[in-house]
Design a binder for this molecule. Structure first.
Ligand code: NAG
Ligand code: NAG
Ligand code: NAG
Ligand code: NAG
Ligand code: NAG
Ligand code: NAG
Ligand code: NAG
Ligand code: NAG
Ligand code: NAG
Ligand code: NAG
Ligand code: NAG
Ligand code: NAG
Length: 440
């Protein structure tokens, strides 16, 4: 729907509304009705978003909403959505599959979203109450059955200037190993893996689009947050990721030689518990894009497998041939103030191959940092204040190939690039910090 169309639709649809409402009620504020009888609330949700698509607030009441059919919410401009209730997807797997197979919602790279949200200046604010503000995907049965056919992505959030706050995603349906285009969060259920995705970051349309994620809490078995191609000026802060999360991620970028880019991302104040990675960057061999100005700061690791991870070959196993020597370039990455513990046991069920998908030569459960770089492609990366111990209290290790560092890079890297103990270095190359002092 174009903006003009949506304005017309809105004007047309508020006329009868105005006649019914008391004069002091603003027509721009919609309260989404709900049936309360298990029947489909999607038409009412769509209708509220059509009526209140511009300069509006849309409020879901503290109630259970059944979104039994996929919805596309488009043409939103300056809309604040208060999710005081919960939104459920169908529990019936074949019903979901059929709906996803027939919806016209715009698919993302890997899947079709149940909710497609498009516009500018869109905020979705969940309830402060942990029992409300939830998207309930009823996904556990998909995982129990190993059913991967026509799995929906929970939502695509394709907006410029967006804010998501206090949303909870419960037992979503998802898919394996994907990360592109999505914000991901999920919650475990007895060893089954639940994953979902939200969020599509804007590209080029506005010069400085921005997106803020605040106060996220989730358990998941895939990327907790994934910032993908086209993202600019993204701040993701004050969150918790548990249950085998695959980390606070950039990428994957550059699959099949694609020229994909990300710039200006800050991950701040996160606790990662039982995650496979804390901070993660991944790109594919042969990519032609770049990632610039990304900071991970104030990250607490609790039993995380690898604290800081960069790979420029997302494929597992040995490095594939890279005939053109292309690689997604990295510049101005900063890792600051990581603390906590490492441990290897993650249980999301995705490690079904031998070696496991996360295999890197030399990997074990002692690595605070792994840099898996193609030569000369990462510049101005810095690591500062990493105080991470292994599960038995020993000092942590790193995997880093000095011959892959760009010229002069060691001087500002902040730790000794080698495969061995983590040695933090100051600007002058002297050891510092907890472990550094041992080796001076
Ligand atoms: C939305 O609000 C802005 C600023 O108040 C105003 O300029 C614009 O015309 C409004 N748009 C509509 C469709 O009412
Ligand atoms: C956004 O919408 C609100 C009404 O919900 C209005 O007060 C405000 O002026 C609008 N802002 C812009 C920038 O249009
Ligand atoms: C699930 O949905 C399908 C149609 O998509 C229907 O045939 C089936 O009866 C439903 N199952 C239940 C338990 O409601
Ligand atoms: C999806 O739709 C296609 C044709 O539109 C059909 O051939 C296929 O069987 C459907 N798949 C499922 C699982 O319903
Ligand atoms: C996001 O919206 C833009 C237009 O604003 C469109 O070109 C693009 O295809 C959309 N992307 C997705 C993944 O929906
Ligand atoms: C998890 O739940 C499924 C289905 O309820 C059950 O089959 C499985 O045994 C449970 N797994 C564990 C580890 O309890
Ligand atoms: C860090 O995030 C947690 C939530 O995970 C929050 O309770 C805390 O206030 C945040 N700290 C700061 C300094 O914002
Ligand atoms: C780097 O990214 C952060 C987070 O988006 C932003 O605040 C900062 O201004 C960016 N720095 C530059 C030089 O663009
Ligand atoms: C380091 O991060 C922790 C959270 O993991 C925070 O409590 C602490 O204040 C941070 N330290 C500094 C110096 O900012
Ligand atoms: C972390 O792992 C250690 C040892 O493996 C265990 O004792 C501890 O309970 C774990 N902590 C959490 C929060 O799971
Ligand atoms: C390297 O990063 C630092 C901050 O981490 C920044 O001040 C400096 O400008 C960067 N250098 C280049 C060449 O981008
Ligand atoms: C550190 C740790 O406890 N590692 C264990 C993780 O689980 C595997 C088997 O699932 C054990 O072999 C490891 O010893």
């Amino acid at each position: 729907m174009t903006t003009t169309n949506s304005k017309l639709t809105r004007l047309a649809s508020i006329l009868p509304f105005l006649l019914l409402l008391p004069l002091f009620t603003k027509a721009e504020d919609c309260i989404v009705p709900h049936n309360n009888d298990g029947s489909d609330d999607s038409p009412a949700i769509l209708s509220s978003f059509t009526q209140c698509s511009i300069n509006s607030t849309i409020t879901f009441e503290q109630a259970e909403y059944q979104a039994l059919t996929p919805i596309s919410l488009v043409g939103l401009e300056n809309v604040t959505i208060f999710l005081n209730g919960n939104i459920h997807l169908p529990t019936n797997i074949s019903q979901v599959q059929h709906a996803i197979n027939t919806t016209t919602n715009q698919p993302s790279t890997y899947a079709t979203p149940w909710f497609y949200i498009h516009g500018s200046n869109v905020q979705i604010i969940g309830s402060d109450d942990s029992g409300w503000g939830r998207f309930d995907g009823h996904g556990e049965q998909w995982w129990n059955q190993g059913n991967r056919i026509l799995r929906p992505q929970l939502a695509t959030f394709n907006v410029t200037n967006g804010l998501l706050r206090n949303l909870k995603v419960i037992k979503p349906i998802a898919w394996d190993g994907t990360s592109q285009n999505h914000f991901v969060d999920a919650k475990p259920d007895n060893g089954t893996r639940d994953v979902t995705t939200m969020g599509r970051f804007p590209s080029a349309r506005h010069p400085r689009p921005s997106l803020t994620f605040n106060s996220y809490y989730g358990h998941n078995g895939d990327d907790c947050i994934s910032v993908i191609n086209g993202a600019r000026d993204v701040v993701v802060q004050n969150g918790f990721c548990g249950f085998s999360s695959h980390g606070l991620s950039i990428g994957s970028l550059g699959r099949d030689g694609a020229e994909q880019t990300v710039a200006n991302v800050l991950f701040k104040n996160w606790t990662m518990e039982g995650a496979v990675y804390g901070a993660r960057f991944k790109s594919w061999t042969g990519g032609r894009g770049w990632a610039e100005n990304v900071t991970w700061e104030d990250i607490k690791l609790v039993n995380v497998s690898t604290g800081i991870f960069i790979t420029q070959k997302s494929d597992k196993g040995p490095r594939p041939d890279n005939p053109g020597h292309a690689s997604t370039r990295i510049s101005n990455f900063k890792y600051k103030n990581f603390s906590g513990t490492l441990s290897s046991n993650w249980t999301d069920g995705t490690c079904i191959s031998n070696p496991c998908w996360n295999y890197i030569q030399g990997i074990d459960n002692t690595r605070a940092i792994i840099f898996d770089l193609y030569p000369g492609t990462a510049v101005n990366v810095s690591v500062e204040d990493v105080d991470v111990q292994t599960s038995n209290g020993a000092s942590s290790q790193v995997i880093c190939d000095p011959s892959a560092l760009a010229s002069g890079e060691q001087a500002s890297l902040g730790f000794k690039c080698a495969t061995g103990p983590l040695m933090e270095l100051d600007e002058g190359g002297k050891g510092k910090g907890k472990w550094g002092s041992d080796i001076q």
